[in-house]
Design a protein around this ligand. Structure first.
Ligand code: ZN
Length: 291
């Protein structure tokens, strides 16, 4: 049978096309592949944030309270996380450290950061024991630390920057992620004193962030007008429990966000929140509570 040159080209092109289709369908692509994803895990009235870089390097900021540890582990497993490259414990309150034991029992941690401050509680003692048991090297997080997580993706630690005496919230390690054009700020339980220090210490262009994890679960001790005017976020993330006894998020915080037209996502209303970015755009498949 004679096959013309043109027919041969068509057959070759068809075979290549079929191979590409088979390859694509065999590869387990998810929505998150080759993207940065930020996951505010719904851990009730506590906090845990998972960050997965496009190269699958992983950062975990806090692990929720003791009751939430297993939930955090389940979430990591669901996201097929093998190990944690950077774990940050923002400060020693139980709603941020209680779940660490469950996480380190299941996952290897490459770098572990916490602030250089102790807390006289069983939960904090338990944290130190479990870190010791697993031979985890602890580094004290502080201002002006920078790590490269992926090509064009950097992690900055902005604080603590001084002795905040007995206000543990203000000892929070504040973290910034810069991925190409987009930036993300995670403030732990930072209150207005630390926010003011950040504004004093850093250039406004550096603090400017497209996504802001609201400090201290939306308490009115945080998220001041001045801080918002410097950071100028378009998206706010709030980690809080349903009908929590503190009345968080405070109505004045919500008003300050709404007045600035900042899109609000909150775990009490929508459970887990996932924000995605390719470094140029930011989006989510979750419906914001306010837009
Ligand atoms: Zn907290």
């Amino acid at each position: 049978m004679y096959i013309s040159r043109n027919q041969r080209k068509i057959v070759t092109a068809s075979i290549i096309f079929c191979c590409v289709i088979i390859l694509i369908s065999c590869t387990n692509f998810s929505d998150f592949d080759s993207l940065l994803s930020i996951h505010v895990i719904d851990v009730g009235q506590s906090e845990s944030i998972l960050i997965i870089a496009p190269n699958r390097n992983t950062i975990l900021i806090d692990a929720g309270d003791e009751d939430s540890g297993r939930k955090v582990v389940r979430y990591l497993k669901k996201r097929k996380i093998d190990d944690i490259d950077v774990m940050i414990v923002t400060h020693p309150h139980s709603d941020h450290i209680g779940g660490v034991e469950a996480v380190v029992n299941k996952y290897d941690i490459d770098k572990f950061f916490m602030p250089d401050i102790t807390h006289d509680t069983d939960t904090f003692e338990g944290l130190l024991q479990v870190l010791d048991k697993h031979d985890i090297d602890v580094s004290f997080g502080k201002k002006n630390m920078r790590m490269r997580i992926d090509e064009n993706l950097y992690l900055f630690l902005l604080s603590p920057m001084k002795d905040h005496s007995d206000n543990l919230n203000n000892w929070s390690i504040v973290t910034k992620i810069q991925y190409n054009q987009k930036s993300f700020l995670f403030t732990g339980d930072a209150e207005h004193e630390l926010e003011a220090d950040l504004v004093e210490m850093y250039d406004a262009n550096f603090l400017r962030s497209h996504v802001l994890k609201i400090g201290h679960h939306g308490s009115n001790t945080s998220t001041t007008d001045r801080f918002l005017d410097v950071v100028r976020p378009s998206v706010a993330l709030i980690s809080i429990g349903k009908e929590n006894p503190y009345g968080f998020p405070h109505k004045d915080v919500i008003k300050r966000l709404i007045d600035r037209n900042i899109m609000i996502y909150r775990t009490d209303e929508q459970s887990n929140i996932v924000i995605l970015s390719d470094g140029n755009e930011i989006w989510s498949y979750d419906t914001p509570w306010f837009r």
